[in-house]
Design a protein around this ligand. Structure first.
Ligand code: V4E
Length: 214
């Protein structure tokens, strides 16, 4: 398990040029289709848990523990931090708990997708992203430029921190990279999901907004 620390930013006509100027190296372009799942009552997303299938693999993003007050105020307001879980038994455990299934005697099989039916999980969002990725001189920092098929273009500065690693240091690296990219502003930039839900699932969006998840 690792923690993904990430700051999103808006791309403009100069973004590519700026990346080049600060020595970013393009390490490739890929395309992927994401399907996100939840119950009709939003058991997962109301807990800020994001279950998705990407390229045939299941992934679950869960919130991390809060940092202490001073750190929260400084860098954390602009960054998101999520645990990324890819181990299927661990995903099952967390989803089972979130949906309130207390029958721990019978485990749904891992090899088929009957667990989706058991926990009444259905796809609520799906979209395709074309992603160009760049590495930077700042160690461990990656910049992704995402173009979603519903017309949203967003950049992400991200650092993957192994379990127990230094999240504060990751946020400092992100902050330095943001400065190099000339990013100003103190507002969190909307992710693809926020923009997608606003347009395609307004009730779901409104509920998550009300509960301060988005
Ligand atoms: C964590 C989360 C969601 C899951 C998708 O996360 P995101 O990093 O936006 O997508 P993507 O495609 O870049 O994933 P990657 O390839 O980096 O793993 S959907 C909504 N959230 C919560 C969230 C939030 N509340 N605010 C912001 C700015 N981003 C995400």
């Amino acid at each position: 398990m690792s923690v993904e620390v990430e700051r999103k930013f808006l791309c403009n006509a100069d973004t590519l040029k700026t990346l080049e100027e600060i020595g970013a190296v393009c390490v490739g372009q890929r395309q992927f289709h994401d399907e996100y799942f939840d119950t009709a009552e939003f058991h997962l997303t109301l807990r800020d848990m994001w279950l998705r299938k990407r390229k045939g693999c299941w992934e679950l993003k869960c919130p991390t523990a809060k940092l202490d007050g001073s750190e929260e105020q400084r860098d954390a307001a602009l960054c998101t931090r999520y645990k990324e879980i890819t181990d299927l038994p661990e995903i099952h455990l967390r989803v089972r708990e979130a949906v309130g299934d207390e029958d721990t005697e019978t485990c749904p099989p891992l090899e088929d997708e009957s667990w989706l039916r058991r926990w009444k999980l259905a796809c609520f969002a799906e979209f395709t992203t074309v992603r160009r990725s760049f590495t930077l001189q700042e160690e461990g920092v990656q910049v992704d430029l995402d173009q979603a098929d519903f017309g949203y273009h967003v950049g992400e500065i991200e650092v993957l921190v192994p379990e127990g690693g230094d999240v504060q240091r990751a946020m400092e690296k992100i902050s330095r990279t943001a400065q190099q990219l000339g990013l100003s502003g103190d507002k969190r930039i909307e992710g693809k999901m926020t923009v997608y839900l606003k347009t395609n699932r307004p009730e779901h969006y409104a509920r998550l907004l009300k509960e301060h998840i988005l």
